[in-house]
Design a protein around this ligand. Structure first.
Ligand code: MTE
Length: 300
């Protein structure tokens, strides 16, 4: 029988709302500030009110299924997600194909409510279910020489109508520096609202890096490679002056064709004001130290 991780419990079955709001792991990156801290300076609690299921699953980008925001929801059902495995290779002690089922048996899945900021200046808040990428990398055993992690999406033209056109170079690829990959905020997501992740959002397993623009969060991952150099990334190859390797959310570094200083919450309504974009998407306290001394305009 095909295995998909499922969980019939809702948050309310597990703990009453005020309690789960205070749990360290779902504090959207408040780890380290201690229990009871609801939000850091830039991240008010209201900013963590999740978007609805329909908003999250019907308006997004997954170019393998077309470039329109509604195309993934319309076409992604064509993708077969079981069986699924991730090849983990490169500078690891235990390279090989790790089955999705095998991975899920060994990981403890938790909920994390993360702000999500798209490069096109809209944002959402998404309650992901997932586990830390660091835990998956530990299964494979990262070797000393590794400095970066490369990711690759499934490329299956028979199930992906969008890849017949060379919009970007297929397969979709992404990369992180090793310290970014090992950061506790970096997760592999397998669910949304305690349901298996829908195909259009990157089933059965995708990356989520909440302090970076949305395009870093590569979907439907089939390969993870530990390397000793900076890996190529899909959008950097497409337009290097527009999309850098780091892609940290930065209101001070405009996209060459538009400002990134403000954003609009999806679902906030036509009359809602744009809100100021926060450095590192509001996760500055947790991640800024990784970039100490770096020119974040040059290394955008
Ligand atoms: N991953 C793949 N494989 N293909 C894509 O086209 N689009 C990216 C990212 N990951 C994309 C991808 C972009 S541009 C964004 S904004 C997010 O996925 C949006 O998806 P989400 O809303 O489900 O997070």
């Amino acid at each position: 029988m095909a295995f998909r991780w499922t969980n019939d419990l809702t948050r309310d079955d597990v703990t009453p709302e005020p309690v789960w709001l205070n749990r360290r792991h779902i504090l959207a990156g408040m780890a380290g500030l201690g229990l009871g801290a609801i939000a850091g300076p830039g991240l008010a609690q209201g900013d963590l009110e999740p978007n609805g299921w329909d908003e999250i699953t019907s308006f997004n980008n997954f170019y393998e299924f077309g470039t329109g925001k509604g195309d993934p929801a319309e076409n992604a059902h064509l993708m077969t997600t079981s069986p699924w495995s991730i090849t983990i290779d490169g500078l690891v002690d235990r390279p090989g194909d790790y089955g999705f089922e095998q991975i899920m048996e060994q990981m403890s899945v938790e909920e994390r409510i993360y702000r999500f900021r798209c490069v096109e200046a809209w944002s959402m808040v998404i309650p992901w279910n997932g586990f830390e990428l660091a835990d998956l990398l530990a299964l494979a055993g990262v070797q000393d020489g590794a400095t970066h992690v490369a990711f690759e999406t499934l490329l299956r033209p028979s199930e992906m109508p969008g890849v017949s056109r060379p919009v970007i170079e297929w397969p979709y690829v992404e990369g992180l520096r090793l310290d970014e990959a090992m950061h506790p905020l970096t997760i592999m997501a397998t669910g949304i609202y305690d349901k298996p992740i829908p195909n259009q959002n990157g089933a059965p397993i995708r990356l989520v890096v909440p302090w970076k623009y949305g395009y870093k969060s590569i979907k439907s991952i089939v390969r993870i490679t530990l390397t000793d150099s900076e890996p190529p990334t899909a959008w950097n190859k497409y337009a290097p002056n527009e999309y850098g390797f780091y892609s940290n959310v930065n209101p001070d570094r405009p996209h060459p064709r538009w400002s990134q200083a403000s954003e609009k919450r999806v679902g906030a309504g036509l009359l809602a004001r744009r809100q100021p974009t926060l450095m590192f998407n509001g996760y500055e306290d947790e991640v800024a130290a990784m970039y100490d001394g770096m020119d974040l305009i040059k290394f955008h």
